[in-house]
Ligand binder design. Structure first.
Ligand SMILES: Cc1cc2nc3c(=O)[nH]c(=O)nc-3n(C[C@H](O)[C@H](O)[C@H](O)COP(=O)(O)OP(=O)(O)OC[C@H]3O[C@@H](n4cnc5c(N)ncnc54)[C@H](O)[C@@H]3O)c2cc1C
Length: 437
């Protein structure tokens, strides 16, 4: 029997879950495509950005991941265009033909068309972003030690985090811990400075989908840690090192971290009506993209309105992505045997967010449970540790967390940047080096 060629674009939670389930499946040949040569774990990006974990603790090379798996190949490249009529995708590194195409490309930051924010704020979506944030944070602290001008000092002593979802809350909490435990030791020159951390959101609450009690606990805990939480505050612009809110209030700062929204990529070649809310690809109950017959989408990049328990689509979280990958693998196997396909139904495992040391919130629907504080924090640690891709990453992360717990510190605050002059490299070479640093 001739093998079916399955091309998966994107090796995040969804793509890897699918590729792993299809490993060594006789009837299929899988090509996994990603713009990076590694898989990474977004929920811990903020710990890389603040120097508590190394990038290698939360990432792993695709080629090594599939050692010994004969039917899965890896191709590094970025999807540029789809030619559905020819069953072909055009990548930045060549073309690939497929019998089935699966889009698992996740989302990118949404700046809501505000160009100054896109250019000057720092996002938190990738390992590159986390390294850039870490370097920027450390460079700005070094700069601060030399600042003499009063207005410069004011801008340097403020950080604004836009977005009160789990990422914004986690970054704000981590920066507050660093201010308490590390700042004075690392930068004795700045002992007299009054550092301020602002967390702003357009919504009236933090962690919007969670229970009001968890929202209140998060707000109160962050406030006690010295974070100034600004709710009902929509960021309108970021001009001349000043964050401007829709109500006219301004905060001068040289560092704005943007975690306020996500959007999917639009790929040329798909029918226009395939794209729904947030540019997510509309899929049927089997994750087939609307208006196509052999193109599927899983994870954050798709929206599925057929699950009776989630009529507005699933939350953009790791679990729906993993479970959709698994279900699609089961359906590909069923297709090979001409068996009926299984519609996707999401099993909600709940949600959680860490705020700081011994402080977190978690909720599960079945059993109905709501925890805050130390128990939620320990659960968060274990859930995230065991969700890492392999034992190596779990052991190194556990080691770094143990050191950080007992010392209230870490020693990963090095400013490491590529040293080669990028103008001497070809375009594709230079972008590859930046992305795999
Ligand atoms: C900072 C942060 C913290 C988070 N915390 C949590 C949390 O605590 N719990 C939780 O459940 N969820 C969390 N999430 C959300 C969770 O990470 C996503 O829901 C999940 O990653 C979605 O999986 P995915 O496979 O759809 O996309 P992703 O995991 O984003 O994977 C997409 C993959 O596609 C690749 N790619 C993208 N475009 C292209 C292209 N054009 N060509 C080739 N490759 C491409 C990317 O390199 C990436 O490897 C967090 C997200 C972020 C950013």
């Amino acid at each position: 029997m001739e093998k079916k060629e399955i091309v998966i674009i994107g090796g995040g939670f969804a793509g890897i879950s699918l590729a792993r389930q299809l490993s060594n499946e006789k009837g299929v040949q899988v090509t996994l495509v990603d713009k990076n040569n590694y898989n990474f774990f977004p929920p811990l990006l903020y710990q890389v950005a603040t120097g508590f974990l190394e990038p290698s603790n939360i990432s792993y090379p695709f080629r090594k991941m599939f050692h010994g798996v004969r039917n899965v190949r890896f191709r590094m490249g970025e999807l540029q265009r789809i030619q559905p009529g020819d069953n072909r995708v055009v990548l930045s590194t060549g073309v690939l033909d497929y019998d089935y195409l699966v889009l698992a490309t996740g989302t990118g930051s949404n700046y809501f068309g505000i160009e100054n924010i896109r250019k000057h704020a720092l996002p938190m979506k990738s390992i590159d972003d986390a390294i850039e944030l870490r370097n920027t944070l450390l460079l700005k602290m070094e700069e601060a030690t030399r600042a003499s001008d009063q207005s410069d000092r004011e801008k340097m002593a403020r950080v604004v985090i836009a977005g009160g979802g789990p990422t914004g809350v986690e970054v704000a909490g981590m920066l507050a811990e660093m201010r308490m435990n590390i700042l004075e030791k690392d930068y004795p020159e700045l002992r007299d400075w009054e550092f301020k951390i602002y967390l702003a959101d357009a919504a009236p609450v933090l962690l919007t989908p969670m229970d009001p009690k968890s929202q209140r606990y998060t707000y109160e805990t962050l406030t006690k840690m010295g974070v100034e939480v600004k709710l009902d505050k929509q960021v309108k612009d970021y001009i001349d090192d000043t964050v401007i809110f829709a109500d006219g209030e301004t905060i001068p700062t040289r560092l704005m971290i943007w975690t306020a929204g996500v959007t999917s990529q639009v790929f040329e070649g798909l029918p226009e009506d395939s794209f729904g809310r947030g540019r997510r690809l509309v899929v049927d109950a089997f994750n087939r993209v609307q208006g196509t017959h052999n193109i599927f989408a899983i994870g954050d990049t798709c929206i599925q309105l057929t699950d009776p328990n989630f009529p507005n689509g699933h939350p953009q979280l790791a679990q729906p992505a993993i479970q959709q990958g698994r279900n699609l693998a089961r359906n590909f196997k069923a297709m090979l045997k001409n068996r009926p396909l299984k519609p996707f139904s999401y099993r909600d495992r709940g949600s959680m967010a860490i705020i700081g040391r011994s402080k977190a919130v978690m909720e599960t629907p079945r059993p109905k449970l709501r925890l805050v504080g130390w128990f939620a924090w320990v659960t968060w640690l274990f859930v995230h540790l065991f969700s890492l891709i392999n034992h190596r990453n779990r052991i190194t992360t556990m080691y770094n967390w143990t050191v950080a717990y007992f010392s209230k510190d870490q020693s990963l605050r090095m400013i490491i940047r590529p040293s080669r002059d990028s103008s001497k490299q070809s375009d594709s070479e230079s972008s590859d080096i930046r992305k795999t640093e």
